[in-house]
Design a protein around this ligand. Structure first.
Ligand SMILES: *Cc1c(COP(=O)(O)O)cnc(C)c1O
Length: 425
């Protein structure tokens, strides 16, 4: 199985090669040359989610260096529960929030970390991963790569712009994870990472990234859609509509890939916050990336979605894109209203991101068979959620564990050279 670039000018590579490379040489993103067909896997036939993931992903790794490690990678990566919570007979919540950092990014980050560790071991190489983060990504990447052999991680976050609990998730690791509090904005952090990548004198550090364009994060994000749609169909006899809180549109691309492979999915609908680039494209036929605006669902504050290229590659004709993709923009006021309403009516606590999906369900799909995707645990956003529901959000054990650890980080300015002052690992 080979992967090709969305821009069509790079050599086709295998999954492991794409994972180590990140971006294709022509600046495009790797996508599968063809989609394998799911062998209508009855979920009951496999004993665990890890095993299901292996069955589903195996065709993508045929002929790859990782082919014979994939089973072990899947078991190692998905070592936490995946929860389907029915709020009604045909109204389910897919809770992707039970991993080490209580966000769906744990799925992709852990699969990528396990795959990279194996690949580096085989090549006898070492890597230093740079991540600039405005919150969730850095925590999931730090947690996933902590203690992995051959890899060190430098996490950059903007001073004063991440919540206390997010900061804890970025700074509690030690070992092979180093955290830097940058006296600047998230954009400054990203610029520092970009400058470091372009600095030829840092070549020996083997710099790499772990961002959401990496194939190793995308592939595992297709698995839970197939898994939950089979379970939904077995329970209800129907195919679900998935409603997915979206920013960089990586999570929903996983759903489309799963659909392409034949998972029993009725429709996929994107819930956006006030960042409506995808919706504007659907309405105008012109794709115009823009600057992001700040919202309550901050992990979705994206004006130029990095995985849009993959979606456009899947449905290059605008008519097809419009047929397959629907999107709705949800305001901060609607997010607040939905968190309160869902608590009052269902006694269920939503995080601000998941609330966008629930709003779309209530407004557009109220009587339809649906699965909304819960992308983060509300306890991470307690300062927003608690005043709305008027009661405390219980802190899950995974999160409490991290909050109880000591923090360590270095405060630096906006010069990327400050990241490379100690000896190379
Ligand atoms: C990253 C993130 C999203 C958006 O996912 P994309 O793949 O960027 O579309 C939604 N919710 C939460 C909590 C996130 O961390």
């Amino acid at each position: 199985m080979k992967f090709v670039s969305t821009r069509g000018k790079a050599k086709a590579v295998t999954a492991g090669e794409a994972i180590l490379q990140g971006l294709a040489e022509d600046g495009g993103l790797y996508v599968p040359e063809t989609f394998p067909t799911l062998r209508n896997l009855p979920v009951g036939e496999v004993s665990s989610y890890g095993e299901f993931a292996f069955e589903m992903l195996a065709p993508f790794f045929e002929g790859d260096l990782l082919e014979h490690d994939l089973a072990e990678i899947c078991v190692d990566a998905f070592n936490f529960p995946i929860v389907l919570n029915p709020l009604g007979p045909e109204r389910w919540v897919l809770e992707l929030t039970h991993g080490p950092t209580c966000a769906f990014k744990d799925f992709g980050a852990r699969f990528l970390a396990c795959s990279m560790e194996k690949l580096l071991e085989k090549h006898g190489r070492k890597l230093t991963i740079l991540v600039a983060t405005s919150g969730d990504t850095g925590g999931a990447v730090a947690a996933a790569f902590h203690g992995r052999k051959g890899i060190s991680v430098k996490v950059l976050f903007p001073k004063g712009r991440v919540s206390e609990r997010q900061k804890k998730q970025l700074t509690c690791w030690g070992g092979n994870i180093e955290s830097y509090e940058v006296d600047g904005s998230f954009d400054d952090c990203q610029k520092m990472v970009k400058s470091a990548f372009m600095d030829a004198s840092l070549k020996d550090w083997g710099l790499s990234s772990a961002n959401s364009i990496n194939l190793g994060r995308l592939l595992p994000q297709s698995v839970y859609y197939a898994y939950s749609s089979y379970l939904f169909r077995a329970a209800t006899g129907k195919k679900p509509i998935f409603i997915i809180p979206s920013g960089n549109v990586g999570n929903c691309t996983g759903a489309y890939w799963s659909f392409q492979m034949g998972a029993p999915i009725e429709r996929i609908s994107l819930a956006l916050n006030a960042n409506r680039t995808v919706l504007d494209y659907l309405e105008s036929g012109k794709y115009v990336p823009r600057a992001s605006v700040q919202t309550l669902a901050n992990a979705m504050d994206v004006g130029a979605p990095s995985n849009m290229e993959r979606l456009l590659n899947l449905y290059p004709r605008f008519e097809d894109f419009r047929k397959m993709v629907s999107a709705t923009s949800v305001s901060d006021d609607e997010i607040r209203k939905t968190i309160k309403q869902t608590w009052d009516e269902d006694h269920y606590i939503l995080c601000p991101h998941t609330a966008t999906a629930e709003r779309v369900r209530r407004d557009k799909f109220a009587d339809k068979p649906t699965i909304i995707v819960s992308t983060a645990h509300p306890a991470k956003f307690w300062t927003i959620v608690e005043p709305l529901i008027g009661s405390p959000v219980p802190v899950p054990q995974e999160l409490q564990l991290l909050l109880d650890k000591p923090s360590s980080f270095r405060s630096i300015g906006c010069d990327y050279h400050e990241l490379f002052q100690e000896a190379k690992p």
